[in-house]
Ligand binder design. Structure first.
Ligand SMILES: Cc1cc2nc3c(=O)[nH]c(=O)nc-3n(C[C@H](O)[C@H](O)[C@H](O)COP(=O)(O)OP(=O)(O)OC[C@H]3O[C@@H](n4cnc5c(N)ncnc54)[C@H](O)[C@@H]3O)c2cc1C
Length: 437
């Protein structure tokens, strides 16, 4: 009987366990957990912070679901892999043996290194335990300063507004999320935040944080402005947790490098989820993602391979449905504005693929806060962003993911003043009929 060891109880780790159990009911599975809370929805943390869901709703599995997986659970922090003895070592010096090992330890929010970040009142949207600290701090705070861009920064801003805290939002550039959104989309989001009372500071960087009695008291910007506050939240990106790989000599660059079967350069050692750097066939590059569904699908494929069913990981077009200042926004494929920057951090809920500027023409439809932006390639749609009305988001997900030939409507989509929605809806209806989909 084999022993499967899974390090990390996140989306990738749990999906791998489900695949292994699908094929192998009896072998031993050891799950190493670093967090006492176990498996919970990380994207759900934002909705817990903004009071939309209670804590219980973060947990998709009951105790029964877990016991059916027939696991041995160990709480601990894994330090390194010892390939000669096929064992892992823990921070307390203990070791356990594996036959097949999965490293699924995710990514960690980048910590700021400016002075004052050790003060009480510094928050990150990272784990359930850090969200609980944020909620506790918010109960006594009047004002918060949020630094960063992308989905997590806005989730912090909105979460704190819901907690009745006045928010200053510091943007390093001249607009919000400029490598993914176009300027009108950024402006739409910014205006909605302003309507909610958020003060946006453009092209502003934080220089230091000052404290009183160990607690955050104010921040100072690089231009000398002082903003009194009790909370400073950072959402400046995430980085794969490479500690185990670096200590063990597992090949990694920005993430752990894996082949199409999600194997690392060590035999019988796999990696999946936010910690892995995987090949994206859609743009022909190794990239990082921080997306729940992709972490789950990588975990699933890694699990099958570990249990002996050879399966290639073929990445789907990255897709996410999120909310930006209350506006439901779906992002699919390559829709970038500035091109992928491998030196910059990605943020949670993001894929580097989105940043890529495709070889495509832009077609747009705007009505109030409802928007569709399509990136139209030679005969396919290579990326789409849908804000507000989501009627077409699932159709567009399929059209982009399956590289459906749209040449019959391409010219029409590229004509201005043509209602994109109607053209796409009719095309999708016909395509489904013809393809019995
Ligand atoms: C606030 C927030 C909002 C998000 N929003 C979205 C969204 O809108 N859409 C979307 O698709 N995705 C979103 N994400 C990202 C998504 O949650 C991640 O892509 C996904 O959770 C990655 O899964 P994973 O299994 O790779 O890692 P994780 O879920 O991070 O799990 C890794 C686990 O490993 C543990 N661990 C770390 N080091 C060790 C060690 N040395 N030993 C043992 N265990 C260890 C960690 O504690 C953790 O429990 C969001 C994430 C956050 C935090």
């Amino acid at each position: 009987m084999s022993r499967f060891v899974i390090v990390g109880s996140g989306a990738a780790g749990i999906a791998a366990i489900q695949s292994i159990r699908e094929l192998d009911k009896n072998s031993e599975i050891v799950l190493v957990m670093a967090e006492k809370e176990g498996y919970y929805s990380r994207p759900g943390l934002a909705y817990y912070l903004n009071k939309e869901i209670p804590e219980a709703q973060l947990f998709p599995f009951s105790k029964d679901d877990f016991s059916q997986m027939n696991l041995k659970i160990i709480f601990g922090i894994v330090e390194s892999v010892l390939p000669e003895t096929k064992a892992i070592s823990f921070s307390d010096g203990k070791t356990i043996r594996y036959d097949k090992l999965l490293i699924a330890v995710g990514a960690k929010a980048v910590r700021s290194s400016i002075s004052g970040t050790d003060l009480d009142g510094i928050i990150y949207l990272d784990m359930l335990s850090t969200i609980k600290i944020a909620i506790k701090k918010a109960k006594k705070a009047k004002t918060a300063v949020i630094v960063g861009g992308g989905i997590t920064a806005i989730e912090l801003v909105e979460g704190l507004i819901a907690q009745k805290v006045k928010v200053h939002f510091l943007l390093r550039k001249d607009r919000f999320w400029g490598n993914v959104l176009d300027s009108e989309e950024s402006q739409l989001v910014e205006n909605r935040l302003k309507d909610e009372g958020v003060v946006i500071h453009y092209q502003t960087e934080i220089e230091s944080i000052s404290g009183k009695k160990g607690k955050v008291f104010a921040i100072r910007t690089k231009t000398g402005e002082e903003i009194p506050c009790q909370i400073v939240g950072f959402a400046i990106g995430v980085r794969p947790r490479l500690h185990i790989a670096e200590k063990s000599g597992i090949k990694s660059e920005r993430g752990i490098l894996v082949n199409e079967f999600l194997e690392t350069n060590f035999p019988d050692v796999y990696a999946a989820g936010d910690v892995a750097e995987v090949y994206d066939p859609h743009i022909g590059k190794h990239i990082l993602d921080s997306l729940w569904d992709l972490a789950r699908s990588q975990g699933k494929i890694a699990g099958f391979n570990m249990a002996g069913k050879k399966k290639k990981y073929i990445k789907d077009v990255p897709f996410n449905v999120t909310r930006l200042a209350g506006l439901t926004t779906t992002i699919i494929g390559a829709i970038g504005q500035k091109g992928m920057d491998t030196k910059a951090e990605i943020v949670r809920g993001e894929s580097e693929t989105w940043q890529e500027i495709p070889d495509a023409l832009v077609s747009q439809y705007k009505f109030d806060s409802n928007r569709i932006r399509l990136m139209i390639g030679e005969n396919t749609i290579v990326g789409a962003l849908i804000m507000g009305d989501q009627t077409l988001s699932e159709a567009l997900h399929q059209i982009v993911n399956q590289k459906i030939d749209i040449s019959t409507i391409r010219d029409k989509l590229l004509q201005s003043q043509v209602p994109l929605g109607e053209t796409l809806a009719n095309f999708w209806k016909e395509w489904r009929k013809e393809n019995a989909y």
